[in-house]
Each structure stands twice: as C-alpha cells, then as structure tokens.
Write a protein that binds this ligand. Structure first.
Ligand code: BG6
Length: 434
C-alpha cells in the first residue's frame, strides 16, 4: 500500500480542498489502496483530524467510516531533524510515498531534506504546492533545493491543470480537426481569460498581502491557461513534448506596456488585513504572445478578489465574417467553473426578416452528468502516485512565468492602484478590454 504524507495538514488548503479530494477519490476508487498521514504542528489526535476532515467534506456518505480509517495524524516540528524518526518508523519498508507540501514555503527545503532520507519500500516523490518561490530568484533557489533532494521526482502543483475543463483544452483543440484549422491569427481576433472571485484575502492575509494578485494568480494559473490556448500541437501527449510547447509560449510573452495593465484594490482590504498596503487584489492586462502564429492577437487576462461573481472562463473570439457585414463574431467559451461547459456561438438567418441571428451549440458537462469529473487535487494526487507528470508544471515553465511576472510586478508598482467597491472591479479594466 502507498502512503500520502501531507505536511501542513492543519492548514487552509487541507480543509478547503485536500480532504474533500481524498474522500472523493476513495469513493470513486481513483485513490484506492492509499493511507494518508497528516503531519502538523498542532496537538491533534487521529479522532480530531477525522472530525475536521469530516466537517470539511460537506455531507460525506455511508463510506465515510471506511474512509476515515485511512487517515491518521502525526505531530512533529518540521524543522527538527529528530522529529522525522517517528515518521520514518511509520514509513520504513512500507511501499511508495508521496510527500505533499502544503506548508508555508519557508519549510519546503527542510522538509525535502529530511523526508528524502527516510527509507520507504518503493517510489519516493514530492508534490510542492504554490507559491513556488516569490520571484524568479527565490524560485530558482527553491528548485535547486528540491532537485538536490528529490532529483526528477519533484511534482510542482498548479491545481488549475487538474480542473476538468482545463484538462480538456488540449483534447478540444487537437482531437477536433475543425478547431485545429482555425486556431491562429488568421481566424482568431482575441482571447479573454477571466478568473473572478467574490471572496477577499480571507484566512491567509499575511501570505496574500506579500503576494498580491500578480504573484498569486497571474504567474501560475493565468499564464498556464494562456499557454494551453496558444501552444502549438505537441509532437506527442508526453509531458516533455507538451511542456516544451508551453514554455515556447510563456517565454515569448513580452512585458505589457504600462497602459495595458490595470491594478486595483478593493475598499476595506487594508482594514481586513489590519495595516496599510499597496498590494493589488485585482489585475487585468493585455498580453501579446510574440510568436508568428499569434501576431496581433491580444490575450486579455483578468483576475481579482471581491468581484461580482465566482467564475473562471476562457473566451476565444473569432474574426468577423466578410460576406455578411456586421455578423456577430463566432465565440468559443470554455467555462471552467462553477459549471463546466463549452459553448460555441454561430450565426443563422432568421427567415422572417432575413436578419442574421446568433445561436449557440453547447455541451454542459456538469448539467448532463453532475459533477462527475475528479476534483483537481484528486486527479493530481492520483497522477503523482502513478508517476504521470503531464498535469504538473515543469521547471522551465515556472522559470519563464516568473521571468514575466517579475516584470509585471515592477510595472504594477509604478501604476495607479485603482480602488474599487467590493462586488465591482476597477472600471479602467473594462476600458482596457474594449
Ligand atoms: C489559489 C490562490 O492558487 O487559487 C487563491 O492562492 C485563489 O488566492 C485560488 O483563491 C483560486 O482557485 P479556485 O480553484 O478556488 O478557483
């Protein structure tokens, strides 16, 4: 039997996403034969851990009692080498182990160093949660440390890559000849990538205030989405070929002009975090992918906290038809959350008055099958246990993303920080998108 060791199990991520993913995986059998050791610094018992996991899973079904037996708690100090002996006793000779780092980043290195010394009886891998560094420089240092202890067995998480519709972007683009033929500057007018949240900095004020929207969202999730939309067809679906094409896209993106960046902060943010701050809680930018096939096609990205809605989607807008002047442009909408759907807008003539009218073809995964796709972390943990790397970010992707994000941060620092009322968003961003 394999083991998942979660460092930082008493933190926010475990409560919000990991326990639910593990339980879901147990019920769906995608994560079967797995025991979970939750490691934390708090004085918890197995019972306490199971109670917290139960609460964070909503309404678990009859299988809960069986599932909870797979969960146990181990208390230790992450920085104390002696404390790893107790953990080693539980793991030695016992099959494959995945270490999941959900701790603050300052513990990543010391945990990797000590965990690497434990001799279990199978594969040994490490999953590293973002933020993977705070800048290019710190990310390089972190990467070197991780690779020193785990060599090629480092799995860098970008949980968006585990989401159902994001996993489907490649299938949509490359298994449907009809899209393959129209996927470049000849046919596409613009691309919009939008992630909007109604929550604020929430339970992680210290982390969020040091990061801000650019480091928290743009550097990772948004650039990954740009890469998946803009990458060329890879030679194969192997992770190396795929990641190579994504790097080609990310490293081609030039820093946007200052006029093409809008940053904002919601009213009440400073009160919420308890200090004055110039951290952006919103970013919108017009990016250009400087590759011949995308010349002149703007990629608009937008993300923020305390906006009017909770959703994430990608909209690919095609060029207008020439023969029918004024015909609405075709649009392909890839809705990532909360519902998972694909909608294609096209035109037909209404015979009554011979006017063109837009109609839609739609596939709504969540409406037809319910939420049947695995949760993002469920999929990522399952993939890591099997040694599949496709849905993880390679170091060259992260390196290229930080190279750009560092520059966007510098531009944002010199820009006006637009205040916005919670539930809205800076109106300057709407102008940019127009
Ligand atoms: C995380 C960010 O990576 O992604 C959070 O740190 C953000 O600030 C979250 O809220 C959004 O992810 P999801 O899956 O909830 O849309």
């Amino acid at each position: 039997m394999n083991t998942l060791v979660i460092f930082g199990a008493s933190g926010d991520l475990a409560k919000k996403k990991l326990f639910a993913a593990l339980y879901n995986g147990f019920v769906s059998r995608r994560l079967k034969e797995l025991r979970v050791i939750a490691v934390g610094r708090r004085e918890w018992s197995d019972g306490e851990l199971r109670r917290i996991a139960f609460e964070s899973c909503g309404k678990p079904s009859a299988q809960w009692q069986e599932f909870e037996k797979t969960l146990s708690y181990h208390k230790m100090e992450f920085s104390d080498a002696k404390d790893y002996r107790g953990l080693a006793k539980k793991l030695e000779g016992k099959g494959g182990v995945v270490y999941f780092l959900a701790t603050p980043p300052e513990f990543f290195e010391v945990i990797a160093k000590n965990a690497a010394k434990i001799r279990n009886g199978g594969f040994k891998r490490i999953m590293v949660e973002k933020p993977f560094g705070e800048s290019l420089q710190t990310a390089e240092k972190l990467n070197a440390a991780m690779q020193k202890h785990f060599a090629e067995e480092v799995y860098r998480i970008d949980h968006f890559l585990g989401k159902g519709m994001i996993r489907n972007i490649l299938a949509l683009r490359f298994s449907n000849e009809v899209f393959k033929r129209v996927w470049d500057k000849e046919s596409i007018e613009s691309v919009f990538i939008n992630h909007s949240e109604t929550v604020g900095a929430g339970s992680r004020p210290t982390y969020y205030d040091a990061a801000g929207a650019i480091k928290d969202m743009l550097q990772s999730h948004l650039l990954q989405m740009v890469a998946l939309v803009a990458m060329k067809e890879p030679l194969s679906v192997d992770s190396d070929d795929l990641q190579k094409e994504k790097v080609r896209v990310i490293s081609s993106i030039k820093p946007p002009a200052a006029k093409d960046v809008v940053v904002g902060q919601y009213d009440g943010y400073e009160k919420e975090i308890g200090k004055s701050s110039s951290t952006e809680t919103f970013i919108a930018a017009k990016l250009s992918v400087a590759l011949p096939e995308w010349k002149g096609v703007p990629f608009f990205v937008r993300t923020g906290k305390m906006l009017s809605d909770n959703f994430a989607e990608i909209v690919v807008r095609f060029k207008q038809a020439k023969l029918f002047a004024g015909a609405p442009a075709n649009e392909l909408v890839i809705r990532i959350q909360p519902d998972e759907r694909i909608r294609f807008r096209f035109n037909l003539v209404d015979y009554a008055d011979l006017q063109l009218e837009p109609f839609a073809m739609e596939f709504c995964e969540s409406c037809e099958f319910g939420i049947s796709t695995p949760l993002a972390y469920e999929k990522l943990i399952a993939d890591c246990l099997q040694g599949h790397r496709t849905l993880f970010a390679s170091w060259p992707e992260i390196e290229a993303s930080w190279r750009l994000a560092d520059k966007v941060v510098a531009i944002a620092k010199k820009s006006v920080l637009h205040k916005y009322v919670p539930g809205s968003g800076p109106k300057e961003a709407q102008k940019l998108f127009q």
